[in-house]
Ligand binder design. Structure first.
Ligand SMILES: Cc1ncc(C[n+]2csc(CCOP(=O)(O)OP(=O)(O)O)c2C)c(N)n1
Length: 641
């Protein structure tokens, strides 16, 4: 590494000559490939943004000038150039760098990110604050073409064009979301590119015509007016003229000197916002000759020579995502009213299978969770049975739409919330820990969580057939390997499943925590404690009859959930007990995630750190029984964890 080993901050980068920057970019790219080949990560997304990061840190006086990255998954080069090169190998690892951006990780991370389409709003806020404080610095938002289509980015563009504050938006246009980009905006960006190519062509033809003896001038003028007409029709188009943005582009997003020139031009515009349109290739330089879009976005560890994935132990059980996708296809085969929706996560949610099998009855709406929910509501008004498959964390975006557009009108929409719980390496922005709390407080909605992948099939069917809103949550990763060959069956709504009857304590577990509760019971039985174990199945409506009965026959109820305790499943149980006047009849111990931000890391280790595994549940139960003096048969209790 001729340059990179000496670059410990952007100030070092700015000492170099423009002519050296392409080589710096090459070194950064190789560094990303070498690192990600060992630990995986958002490899392709970051490889596509290497030159953008080099050019931005060269042109802007960071951190005084503010760079605001959208999502932050593509910012590995930014991390490398801002003093975090030697820690890159810790990215997404326990105790290591975040896979996204965090204000507390670096002064160069001006705005925390992980969810899409936030950068222009935040950058505009910074620009306005700068103006109000009479300060002088540049603000540049970097946003991908798919995130640009997100509602909030559009709202920010609308306001930026109106406010006329100095703001630079660098558009990283690779025609890709995680899957290929969808939507009219994507088509519009393509038209800009086509029109510009046409314009260049016309310029070349114009020059050639100019040289034709006698008629040259007239022919050339005619050609230019055609060119102007095309340019006026498409270029710069609505985004620029009508919405008050200036436009610089398009620029080859892998040519650093050209990017530097474009950004220098953008810096000169002081009377309003400007968009610099850079064309990039996702996965640029990834050593995989095959076009594999999904692999380009994020990868596991791979061979740096061939790009092929390193061998990993093959999981025997299918993922919850795969079982969801397969079950959707089965149910859609039988019922033409069912439609499937994803918001830019076809492979992540399993809707990719549905899009393949039923292209007319399934939709990728792009990064547009709010729209997805209300779009589903509209379809439900007309008798369809939409299933919106949205990660728990991303459905947070559509909260009001769930309430106002679906629940208030009691519409038949199913929400399939994948990645509910602790997701692991992606960390705080991606954990799905809030959905119980944010959905439970509103009338009409049915909320459930399966204990395994077979029950996921039953719950999906039950939710779709339920006339009204219903949501099911299930975790990231593999199921338990149970038999899933049975036809999905309807479950009785609001009825829990008693898995074991005991007397000393009742373990009341929700969804992903049921297997851990069963294992905890096995540990306790060895000590002579006989717990009752319940698969709660529903948090709304709760199985009130069962909860009453448990309160009357047990000293202690232990509730267990992979979610924030505040407003969660355990809270619902306590509320129910109060409603029944049984709050003093039984001690309730709630196990779940406390009131703190959960870091990134290995999901199983994080869960165990919160006592959400068999050992933790057994220890908490023992502890509770000691305190309540509950009936403990058998010998002495072992030391409490
Ligand atoms: C609100 C929200 N929905 C979905 C995602 C998942 N997601 C992460 S990156 C990404 C694609 C972003 O595409 P683009 O903005 O074009 O950037 P690129 O990855 O192509 O550089 C998606 C859908 C997210 N982070 N936030």
């Amino acid at each position: 590494m001729r340059f990179l080993s000496e670059i410990n901050s952007p100030a070092d980068l700015r000492q170099l000559k423009v002519d050296d920057l392409q080589e710096v970019a090459d070194e950064v790219r190789q560094f990303i490939i070498d690192t990600c080949s060992l630990i995986g990560g958002h490899t392709g997304a970051s490889l596509g943004a290497v030159e953008l990061a080099v050019a931005m840190h060269y042109v802007f006086d960071t951190p005084k000038d503010r760079l605001v990255w959208d999502v932050g998954h593509q910012a590995y080069a930014h991390k490398i150039l801002t003093g975090r090169r030697d820690q890159l190998h810790t990215i997404k690892q326990p105790g290591g760098l975040s896979g996204f951006l965090r204000r507390d990780e670096s002064e160069y991370d001006t705005f925390g990110a992980g969810h899409a389409s936030t950068s222009i709003s935040a950058a505009l806020g910074m620009a306005i604050a700068r103006d109000q404080k009479d300060e002088d610095f540049h603000v540049c938002a970097l946003i991908g073409d798919s995130s640009l289509a997100g509602g909030m980015a559009m709202e920010a563009i609308n306001q930026a064009g109106h406010l006329k504050s100095r703001l630079i938006v660098l558009l990283n246009d690779n025609e890709m979301s995680i899957a290929p980009a969808v939507g009219a905006l994507s088509r519009y960006l393509n038209r800009i590119k086509e029109a510009q190519s046409y314009q260049h062509l016309k310029e070349e033809i114009g020059d050639a015509l100019e040289s034709v003896p006698h008629f040259g001038g007239a022919l050339s003028r005619a050609a230019k007016s055609v060119k102007d007409a095309i340019a006026a029709a498409v270029l710069p188009g609505a985004l620029v003229n009508e919405l008050g943005f200036k436009y610089i582009g398009y620029v080859d997003g892998h040519n650093v000197p050209m990017l530097v020139r474009a950004l220098e031009e953008a810096k000169k515009i002081d009377d309003g916002p400007v968009i610099v349109h850079a064309l990039t290739t996702k996965g640029k330089g990834f050593p995989n000759p095959e076009k594999n879009y999904y692999a380009y976005h994020a990868t596991g560890p791979f061979d740096p020579k061939t790009g092929l994935p390193r061998k990993s132990a093959k999981a025997t059980a299918p993922t919850y995502t795969a079982v969801f996708g397969e079950t959707m296809c089965e149910l859609m085969e039988r019922d033409p009213a069912i439609v499937g929706l994803t918001a830019a996560m076809p492979d992540g949610t399993g809707i990719d299978k549905v899009l393949e099998r039923f292209p007319e009855r399934s939709f990728d709406v792009g990064i547009a969770e709010q729209h997805a929910v209300t779009f589903a509501a509209g379809m439900a008004c007309e008798g369809l049975k939409p299933v919106a498959a949205i990660y728990s964390t991303f459905l947070q975006r559509g909260f009001d739409q769930v309430i106002h557009d679906v629940c208030l009108q009691d519409l038949n929409v199913t929400f399939a919330m994948d990645r509910a719980g602790i997701v692991g390496a992606d960390g705080p922005t991606h954990h799905g820990l809030l959905d119980i709390a944010y959905l439970r407080g509103y009338p009409h909605i049915v909320l459930m969580a399966p204990k395994d992948e077979a029950e996921l099939r039953d719950m999906l069917y039950t939710a779709i057939e339920h006339k009204g809103p219903a949501a099911l949550r299930y975790p990231r990763g593999n199921g338990l390997g149970v038999d899933i060959s049975a036809e999905p069956k309807l479950l009785e709504i609001g009825r829990a499943e008693v898995l074991a009857r005991g007397s000393d304590a009742a373990l009341l577990a929700y969804g992903s925590m049921v297997p851990a509760a069963v294992s905890a019971a096995e540990l306790l039985i060895k000590e002579g404690i006989r717990p009752t174990v319940v698969n709660a199945r529903f948090v709304k409506p709760l199985d009130g009859e069962l909860i009453k009965a448990l309160a009357e026959t047990h000293d202690t109820i232990v509730t267990i959930e992979e979610a924030y305790l505040a407003g969660g499943f355990g809270s619902a149980v306590i509320e129910a007990l109060e409603e029944y006047g049984l709050q003093d009849a039984v001690k309730v111990v709630r196990l779940g995630v406390p009131d703190e931000i959960v870091t990134h890391g290995d999901a199983a280790a994080l869960l165990s750190g919160y006592g959400l595994d068999a050992d933790g549940i057994a220890a908490a139960t023992r502890n509770a029984l000691l305190r309540t003096g509950g009936a403990v048969r058998g010998e002495k209790l072992r030391a409490v964890k």
